[in-house]
Design a protein around this ligand. Structure first.
Ligand SMILES: [Ca+2]
Ligand SMILES: [Ca+2]
Length: 184
């Protein structure tokens, strides 16, 4: 009886071993079809943004049509599997401002971004990844932590031609959500 059990276990081990060898050889030498499928999947993900979002480079953006506090805006973006926008390059900044100017040439709306120094005064980070803000497009003399030191959220300010400004987070602004890298 023990012999039988050992024999069967040995057979199972052998079968598993062969299966592993086959699996490894397939994985290490991907066929053309496998590679094409992966490339197609990535291409598809890069082409598609959810409804209401627009594409720029590797991100999708949604410009809100309503106003909210910074915290409400952040919650709204999260509900769409997005974050308040992180503006990490001059190109990205230029695209966002260009879009606002084209879409709302006369209305002049200010927009919340994900920038904030809520955790530590003067230490500006993006809410999406908590990374420090490196690139900056602040208006002259901003950030000034005005309003008796109550400005901890970063907006694109209409009065400053969409340069960056720190503003009290409880004020109502339009806002921009971003899905970065398109792997949502
Ligand atoms: Ca970004
Ligand atoms: Ca300010």
């Amino acid at each position: 009886m023990m012999m039988d059990v050992s024999y069967n276990l040995a057979r199972i081990s052998l079968s598993l071993g062969i299966l592993l060898i086959i699996t490894n050889s397939v994985a290490s030498k991907p066929s053309g079809k496998r590679m094409n499928l992966k490339a197609l999947t990535i291409k598809y993900q890069q082409m598609v943004c959810p409804n209401g979002f627009i594409r720029y480079e590797t991100s999708c953006y949604k410009f809100s049509t309503m106003k909210a506090t910074w915290v409400e805006a952040n919650t709204y973006c999260s509900a769409m599997r997005a974050s308040l926008v992180s503006i990490e390059t001059p190109h990205e900044n230029k695209f966002l401002i260009g879009h606002i100017k084209r879409q709302w040439p006369t209305l002049g709306l200010s927009f919340w971004t994900g920038g904030n120094d809520l955790a530590s005064e003067g230490q500006w980070t993006w809410v999406a990844n908590l990374k420090p803000i490196r690139f900056g497009h602040w208006y002259v003399s901003q950030p000034d932590n005005g309003g008796k030191g109550s400005e901890h959220c970063l907006e694109l300010e209409k009065q400053y031609i969409y340069h960056w400004n720190d503003q009290p987070c409880h004020l109502l602004n339009h806002f921009i959500c971003e899905i970065d890298n398109l792997y949502y």
